[in-house]
Design a protein around this ligand. Structure first.
Ligand code: ADP
Ligand code: MG
Length: 291
C-alpha cells in the first residue's frame, strides 16, 4: 500500500469509528492470524447479575447474603456490584466491616460483625484451606450454564455458592462469525472459571480458551498464542493494558478504561466487537488498494 492509500484507509476507518493510532497497525492487521478477546466487558456486557444463591446446610440465605454483601461493598469488581445490588434490593445492607483485603484474581476477605468472611473463586477457597463439600457440584453446574460460581466461607466453613451471569453483548455472535469468515482463529482470555469460560466459548464457537488467568498472567497467555501466528488482542480494562501493548495489534474498546485506550494501537468508538470486524475489513481493502 502507498502512503496515500494508508492515509485514505485511516480516514475511512475514522469515519466508521475505528481510530488507527499508528499507521502500521493497518498493515499489521493483515498479518494477524489470531484474534484474542478479553471476556468481561469485551465479549460480555461487563455488568453481571446475581442469578443463584445456594446455601450449605445450617446457613440462612439472607444472613449469608447480608454478610457477603457487606464485604463486597468495599470492592469495585463488577462481581461485587452484582452482589451488593442483589442485597440492597432485599434491604440487606449496613453491616460494619473491618480488616478488608482484596486478593486480585482470587476474591475478597473481611471481618463482619465479628465473623470472618471470604468470598471468591474456588481457587481462593483452596488457597485458604476451605473444603467446598457438596457445594462444589452446584458450582460446577453453574459453570456449565455459563454462570460464574463464587463461594462464600464464614469462620472457615463453606456457607454458600453464588452464581453471577454476565450477558454476552448482542453483537458478539455475529462479530465472531465474521472474524471466522475472514479466516482468523478466535481466542478468549479470562480470569474467570474454566467451566464458565468453556461454556461461553462453546456457545460462541470460540476456538481457543485460556481461563483462570491471573491479571499478571495475561501477557504470558498472549505470548503462548503466538505459536498460532501474529495476533491482535481486544480488551477494555485497566488490567488489559500490558496485553494491548504486547500484542502485534492492540485494539481497545472505546467505552473501556483510559489506561486501555492509551496502550492500544487501534481504538474502537463503538462499545462492541463490530468495530473489530470493520478494522480488519478496512485494513484488507487498504492493503489491496480497493476503494
Ligand atoms: P476477569 O477480569 O476476567 O473477571 P479478575 O482477575 O478480575 O478476572 O477476577 C477473576 C476471578 O476472581 C473472578 O472470576 C472471581 O472468581 C474472583 N474475584 C475477583 N474479585 C472478586 C470479588 N470482589 N468478589 C468475589 N470474587 C472475586
Ligand atoms: Mg474486561
Amino acid at each position: 500500500a502507498t502512503p496515500t492509500s494508508i492515509m485514505v484507509g485511516t480516514g475511512r476507518a475514522a469515519e466508521m469509528g475505528v481510530l488507527f493510532r499508528k499507521g502500521d497497525a493497518l498493515q499489521m492487521l493483515q498479518e494477524a492470524r489470531v484474534v484474542a478477546l478479553d471476556k468481561t466487558g469485551t465479549l460480555t456486557e461487563g455488568r453481571p447479575e446475581l442469578t443463584d444463591l445456594i446455601v450449605a446446610d445450617g446457613f440462612d440465605e439472607d444472613e449469608v447474603l447480608g454478610l457477603v454483601a457487606a464485604v463486597e461493598a468495599q470492592s469495585e469488581h463488577p462481581i461485587a456490584e452484582a452482589i451488593t445490588r442483589a442485597a440492597a434490593s432485599k434491604g440487606l445492607t449496613g453491616a460494619a466491616v473491618e480488616a478488608f483485603t482484596s486478593v486480585t484474581g482470587y476474591g475478597v476477605e473481611a471481618k463482619v460483625e465479628g465473623r470472618h468472611i471470604l468470598v471468591g473463586a474456588d481457587r481462593f477457597m483452596t488457597r485458604e484451606g476451605i473444603d467446598l463439600g457438596a457445594l462444589e457440584g452446584s458450582g460446577d453446574s453453574l459453570g456449565l450454564k455459563g454462570r460464574t460460581p463464587l463461594y462464600a466461607a464464614i469462620d472457615g466453613k463453606v456457607a454458600a455458592v453464588i452464581g453471577v451471569s454476565d450477558p454476552v453483548k448482542p453483537t458478539t455472535p455475529a462479530a465472531i462469525a465474521a472474524l471466522h469468515d475472514l479466516g482468523l482463529r478466535v481466542a478468549m482470555i479470562t480470569g474467570d472459571n474454566q467451566g464458565t469460560a468453556d461454556a461461553i466459548a462453546q456457545d460462541l464457537g470460540i476456538d481457543i480458551v485460556v481461563a483462570e488467568v491471573l491479571p499478571e498472567g495475561k501477557v504470558t497467555a498472549l505470548e503462548d498464542l503466538r505459536t498460532h501466528g501474529k495476533l491482535a488482542f481486544v480488551g477494555d480494562g485497566i488490567n488489559d493494558a500490558p496485553a494491548l501493548a504486547t500484542a502485534d495489534v492492540g485494539i481497545a474498546i472505546g467505552t473501556g478504561t483510559d489506561v486501555a485506550i492509551e496502550a492500544a494501537d487501534v481504538v474502537l468508538m463503538s462499545g462492541d466487537l463490530t468495530g473489530v470486524v470493520n478494522a480488519f475489513d478496512i485494513s484488507s481493502r487498504t492493503m489491496r488498494n480497493i476503494r
